[in-house]
Design a protein around this ligand. Structure first.
Ligand code: SAH
Length: 269
């Protein structure tokens, strides 16, 4: 066990870079765009230096830089890194649109905690509206925040930020067969998240998909709660205090991942 921990941590001191593709039949990977500029100009790494490369979809390798250029750098693949930083549980956060910095906060912290996919969700009381022209730009910014957070905290996937959708469309698209929908609502008096999770994870969180839906600053309207109920959502309480949207999201994520067995000791298996 001790040996395995050391092995998993062996590469942790290395700077990590996300690359588009890791082709194992090719001895080299290309580090492009902002990642190359960061490697070359900010960190001033050069040929011979060791780094870690990730494809953002779960694969990571130790690699040695062969060429350092701010436009495009290259590295030779050494050995795969057997990291276990991804939860077994696929956790989707449908976060109601909230104002700028709060959304950024949820995306950053949700990524650190282990969210797999973010779906910005338009609810009746969302005060933020995404204007058509700005939507693509905003999503790009959100995706960058998530990528930075993924890089910083050692994830091997970069969670996706999906295009913003209305609540019903979100439930239809992401809450289908095989997905447990958890819908925290401060108006729920009797059913707690703990009870629901006790039923969902009798044997831990393996291969499950959980969709957690968190409302905006002004909360959900009653017919939105009813709609979620029709889609099979479990309407749950997060306790007797009314939490801010971002607090509710991070509390729910932490509790779900904890109950799925993902927030325990760092060295598993
Ligand atoms: N309607 C409220 C505030 C909404 S809080 C008001 O203005 O008084 C924002 C979101 O956080 C809610 O839509 C809900 O999803 C979640 N939330 C906050 N506190 C909660 C609690 N105690 N239990 C369950 N969900 C909660």
């Amino acid at each position: 066990m001790i040996g395995q921990c050391l092995l998993l941590r062996g590469s942790d001191g290395l700077h990590r870079f996300f690359v588009k593709d890791i082709a194992t039949d090719s001895p080299e990977v290309i580090i492009a765009g902002e990642e190359a500029a960061h490697l070359n100009r900010v960190l001033r790494l050069g040929p011979g230096d060791l780094i870690e490369v990730c494809d953002g979809r779960g694969r990571a390798f130790r690699a040695q830089i062969t060429r350092s250029d701010s436009g495009e750098s290259r590295a030779r693949l050494l050995e795969p890194i057997l990291k276990d930083s991804e939860p077994d549980l696929q956790l989707i956060l449908a976060q109601a649109l909230v104002k700028g910095e709060r959304m950024d906060f949820v995306l950053q912290k949700g990524t650190e905690l282990g969210v797999h996919t973010f779906v910005p969700t338009i609810c009746r009381r969302s005060v933020v509206r995404l204007e058509k022209g700005r939507e693509a730009r905003r999503r790009k910014r959100w995706q960058r925040i998530v990528k930075e957070a993924a890089k910083q905290c050692g994830r091997t996937i970069v969670p996706q930020v999906k295009p913003a959708v209305e609540l019903e469309e979100m439930l239809r698209e992401y809450g289908g067969e095989g997905t447990h929908i958890i819908f925290p609502w401060e108006g729920e008096g009797s059913l707690g998240l703990d009870t629901v999770l006790g039923n969902i994870f009798p044997h831990g969180g393996k291969t499950l998909r959980v969709l957690v839906v968190v409302g905006p600053e002004g909360g959900f309207e009653l017919d939105e709660v009813e709609l979620a109920d029709e889609y099979g959502a479990r309407i749950v309480s997060l306790g007797s205090r009314v939490l801010r949207s971002e607090t509710a999201a991070l509390a729910a994520i932490s509790i779900i991942l904890y109950e799925a067995g993902d927030l325990g000791a760092a060295c598993r298996g």
